[in-house]
Design a protein around this ligand. Structure first.
Ligand code: DGJ
Length: 731
C-alpha cells in the first residue's frame, strides 16, 4: 500500500495490492480523476488521460482554450466554470455569485487515518494498516479552502473519502451543496443497483441499465430511510454473484442523502454521493469549517459476493467499534410481538423465565415501560419508569432477570415526543415545527429538536440514569417517524438549513456519550425496523433491527438484500410466532429459525404459547446457535440463489480457514413432481473433504456438482408443503 506523489506531473497514485486510484492536477489547477479500478503500474505521467481539445459550444480556460472541464473527468467538480454535469459542491458568496475556482495548493501524505470529529468513519487500529492523503485546494479570490481526505487501506480494495471546507477568507460563505465524493468513470456501460423498499419491505435489489441522463436515489426524511439505502453498486452487464467487475459506494451517514449517476453525452459517467443538497445550507464565517460525511468506495473483479465480503469484513472490523464488534451476539428474547405495551412485571417475568428455560441469554423489554404509555398516543419523552406496570422499577425488574442468569436489555426512542407527555407540556418549543403552522404527526408522535443542546442534555441525563440504575446490558434505540416541518424554534433564519444535519450530528453525539459511559453495552439501532440501517449507525451500534416484518419468507428477501452492503452480524433477525403477525402466513418453527440464524438471532414471541414439541425444538435451536453463531455471524457469507429470481433462496457461510461451512436452502412454494435441481456451493477448498450428514464429498464436487434440492421436503423435519428449508453443516 502506498500513496505516491509525482512532483513533476503533479499526479497522485493511491494504490495497494488490489486497486489504483490516480488523481492529477489539471491545467486549471483543479483535480482530475485519471483512473480508478484494478491496480495498474505506477508511472510518472498519466496525463494522456487529460483531454485537451477544443470543441464547439464548450467553454475553456481563458488562456488555454483547449482545456475544458466539460470533457474531463473531474475529481470534485464545481458548477459555473464549464462543467455542466452535477456539481459536487456549490458555494454562495457574499456578492451573490455561486462561482468558485479551487486550485491545488499543497498536500500531505501520512500513515494511518484520522478520525472525523463528530462523524462516524472507518478507522485503523494501527497506523501501518492504511495511508492517508490530504490535498489542499484554495479559491484565491475568496480565500476558501477545500481539504480532500483520502485513505487507502493495506488489506482492502477500498478508498475512503471526505472533504473539509475551511473559510480562510474575510467574508461569509454559504455552502449549499457539499457532497462527500464524486467519481467520474470513463464509460457509462454499467448496471446501477440500488436497495429500496419501504417499511416492512426493506432493501430490495433494483437494477437499471445506465445510459445518458441521471439516475438517482436519496432521502429527504431526515434519516437514511427504508425507501432507499445509502449504498449503490455499479456493475458490468455480465457481472453476477461469482464473477465480473463492480464497484460499491457506501455513505457513512444516517441523514438526508443523495446518490446519483449521470451519463453524459460523451460516454462518461459521474457518480456523486453525499448529504442531500435540498434543504441543506451551512454558513461559514471567516475561520469556520465544515466537514462532509465519509464515502467508502470498494472495487471487485470477482463478482458481487466478493464485493460484499469487502464491506462485511471492513465494516465489522474497522467501522463497528467496541467489545461487541466481532463477538458472537447473545441470543435474545424480546417481548414486543408477545405483549406490545400491555404487560406488567408478572407477565414479563413469565415470558422471561420460559426464555431462560430455553437457554436464552438476554431478555429485552421493549416499548411501554415508561411514562403513561399504554398505547402509542402518549408517553414518549417521559423517560421515567411506569410504576403501575413495574412497581420495582427498571432496577427491580433487571435484578430479577439477572437473577435468572440472563442479561437485561431495554428499549428507548429518545428522538421522539408525544403531545400527551409531561415533557411536551413543559417544553412545547422542543419540537421541530414551524410557529403558526399545523404540525404533521406520525404514529401520534413528533420529532424532538436535537439541534438544541438542552434537548440533548435532557436525553443524556435520562438515558444515563436509567441505564446506570437498571444495570442495563443492551439498548434497543428506536426511531419511529420521519421528520417533517424541520424548523428549529428560536434558531436564526439563516441557521434553518443546518437543522436536518445538526439533528443527525447530535444523535451521533448522544450515542457517543453513552457508548463512552457504558462501553460494555451492546447497542442495537432500529427505526421501525430497517429505516435507518446504514453505515453511519454501525459506528455506534454494531447491529440494527432488520425489519418490522418478521415473516420468514419476507425476512429471507430482506436479509438477502441487506447482505449486499452490510455484514450478517449487523442484521437483527428474530423468530416470531406463527401465523406471522404481519402477513398471516404460517411457517414451521424450523424455517423461521433457519432464516433468523443468518443474523443476530433471537425470539420475538411468548415461548409459553408454543406446543411442547415446538419448545423442545426451540431448545435445540438455541444450542445449535450457541455452537455455530461465530461462523454464522462472522464467516464469509455467499449468496447462492436469489429469492427475487425464483422459488428458491440459498446462501452459505464459510469459515476463514475453509474447514467448516453452513449452507441453507429455502423453497418458497411447494412443487409437485419437480424437476431435478442442484445447489452448487462456493468458497470451499476444492481439495478438502467435507462431511455432510454422514456422507463425504470433496470441495470441488460440492462446488461443481452440488446437492439435490428438489427433495428438501423429504428430508427436512416439519418441512412439508410451502415455506420449507434445509440447513447443511459441512465439516
Ligand atoms: C418499532 C420497532 O421496529 C419494533 O421492533 C418495536 O420496538 C416498536 N417500534 C415499539 O414501538
Amino acid at each position: 500500500m502506498s500513496i505516491i506523489f509525482h512532483e513533476k506531473t503533479k499526479q497522485f497514485h493511491l494504490n495497494n495490492d488490489y486497486i489504483s486510484y490516480i488523481i492529477g492536477v489539471l491545467p486549471d489547477g483543479s483535480l482530475g480523476q485519471l483512473y480508478s479500478g484494478e491496480r495498474i503500474h505506477d508511472k510518472e505521467d498519466y496525463s494522456y488521460l487529460i483531454n485537451l481539445e477544443y470543441r464547439s459550444m464548450m467553454v475553456g480556460l481563458h488562456d488555454n482554450e483547449v482545456f475544458t472541464q466539460e470533457i474531463n473527468r473531474m475529481e470534485y467538480p464545481s458548477f459555473g466554470t464549464g462543467d455542466y454535469r452535477a456539481p459536487a459542491f456549490m458555494l454562495m458568496h457574499e456578492n451573490g455569485s455561486h462561482v468558485s475556482r479551487f486550485e491545488y495548493v499543497s498536500h500531505r501524505i501520512f500513515p494511518g487515518k484520522p478520525a472525523l470529529p463528530g462523524l462516524p468513519a472507518l478507522y485503523t487500529e494501527d497506523d501501518s494498516e492504511a495511508e492517508s492523503l490530504e490535498i489542499c485546494l484554495k479559491d484565491h479570490l475568496t480565500g476558501m479552502g477545500q481539504y480532500h481526505l483520502y485513505t487507502v487501506f493495506k488489506d482492502y480494495p477500498v478508498i475512503a473519502r471526505s472533504v473539509r471546507f475551511v473559510n480562510g477568507g474575510s467574508e461569509r460563505v454559504k455552502i449549499t451543496r457539499a457532497m462527500s465524493m464524486a467519481l467520474d468513470l470513463p464509460d457509462s456501460d454499467y448496471v446501477w443497483m440500488q436497495f429500496s423498499g419501504a417499511w416492512t419491505r426493506e432493501k430490495r435489489p433494483i437494477e437499471r441499465l445506465l445510459t445518458e441522463g441521471t439516475v438517482s436515489i436519496g432521502s429527504l426524511r431526515g434519516h437514511s430511510s427504508a425507501n432507499h439505502n445509502p449504498f449503490v453498486i455499479l456493475k458490468r452487464r455480465n457481472t453476477d454473484e461469482f464473477k465480473g467487475e463492480a464497484l460499491g459506494i457506501s455513505l457513512v451517514y444516517s441523514g438526508n442523502f443523495l446518490m446519483s449517476a449521470e451519463g453524459d453525452t460523451y460516454g462518461t459517467l459521474r457518480f456523486i454521493a453525499g448529504i442531500h443538497p435540498e434543504c441543506f445550507s451551512w454558513n461559514l464565517s471567516p475561520g469556520d469549517e465544515f466537514r462532509t460525511p465519509e464515502a467508502v468506495i470498494a472495487w471487485t473483479n470477482e463478482g458481487l459476493n466478493d464485493l460484499s465480503h469487502t464491506f462485511h469484513s471492513l465494516y465489522r472490523k474497522r467501522l463497528c467499534r467496541g467489545i461487541w464488534k466481532e463477538k458472537p451476539r447473545p441470543i435474545l428474547l424480546n417481548n414486543w410481538e408477545a405483549t406490545y405495551m400491555g404487560f406488567n412485571e408478572e407477565s414479563i417475568l413469565k415470558i422471561a423465565s420460559k426464555g431462560r428455560d430455553a437457554g436464552i441469554e438476554l431478555f429485552v423489554l421493549d416499548d411501554g415501560w415508561f411514562g403513561k404509555r399504554d398505547d402509542d398516543r402518549s408517553g414518549l419523552g417521559d423517560w421515567y419508569v411506569n410504576k403501575d406496570k413495574l412497581p420495582g422499577g427498571i432496577g427491580g425488574l433487571s435484578e430479577k432477570i439477572h437473577a435468572m442468569g440472563m442479561k437485561f436489555g431495554l428499549w428507548f426512542e429518545p428522538e421522539m415526543i408525544n403531545e400527551d407527555s409531561d415533557l411536551y407540556r413543559a417544553h412545547p418549543d422542543w419540537v421541530l415545527s414551524v410557529p403558526g403552522r399545523s404540525r404533521s404527526v406520525g404514529r401520534h408522535q413528533m420529532v424532538l429538536d436535537l439541534s438544541k443542546n438542552e434537548v440533548l442534555e435532557y436525553l443524556y441525563e435520562r438515558m444515563h440514569n436509567i441505564i446506570d440504575e437498571g444495570k442495563i446490558d443492551y439498548v434497543k434505540w428506536d426511531m419511529n417517524r420521519t421528520i417533517s416541518e424541520c424548523y428549529s424554534i428560536g434558531a436564526e433564519a439563516e441557521e434553518q438549513g443546518t437543522i436536518y444535519h445538526k439533528n443527525v450530528l447530535n444523535v451521533y453525539k448522544l450515542y457517543e456519550k453513552l457508548i463512552s459511559d457504558f462501553p460494555e453495552i451492546l447497542f442495537e439501532s432500529c427505526a421501525s425496523g430497517g429505516s435507518r440501517f446504514d453505515a453511519g449507525m454501525l459506528y455506534y451500534a454494531p447491529q440494527t433491527w432488520g425489519s418490522d416484518d418478521t415473516d420468514a419468507v419476507e425476512r429471507m428477501k430482506i436479509q438477502y438484500g441487506t447482505s449486499y452492503g452490510y455484514p450478517i452480524s449487523s442484521i437483527g433477525a428474530h423468530v416470531s410466532e406463527s401465523p406471522n403477525q404481519q402477513t398471516g402466513r404460517a411457517c414451521s418453527i424450523e424455517t423461521r429459525a433457519a432464516v433468523a440464524c443468518f443474523g443476530t438471532f433471537g425470539y420475538e414471541m411468548d415461548l409459553n404459547r408454543l406446543s411442547d414439541e415446538e419448545f423442545e425444538t426451540v431448545k435445540k435451536q438455541v444450542i445449535f446457535m450457541k455452537e455455530h453463531r461465530e461462523l454464522l455471524q462472522g464467516g464469509r457469507f455467499y449468496r447462492l440463489l436469489s429469492p427475487y429470481e425464483g422459488n428458491y433462496c440459498a446462501w452459505m457461510v464459510v469459515s476463514e480457514d475453509r474447514k467448516r461451512a453452513i449452507a441453507a436452502c429455502y423453497r418458497i412454494l411447494a412443487e409437485v413432481n419437480p424437476g431435478h435441481k442442484r445447489l452448487k456451493f462456493t468458497g470451499l477448498d476444492p481439495d478438502k473433504t467435507y462431511r455432510i450428514e454422514g456422507n463425504e464429498y470433496f470441495g470441488d464436487e460440492l462446488m461443481k456438482i452440488g446437492l439435490e434440492i428438489a427433495d428438501i421436503p423429504k428430508e427436512g423435519k416439519g418441512a412439508e408443503g410451502d415455506f420449507v428449508s434445509r440447513l447443511w453443516i459441512l465439516e
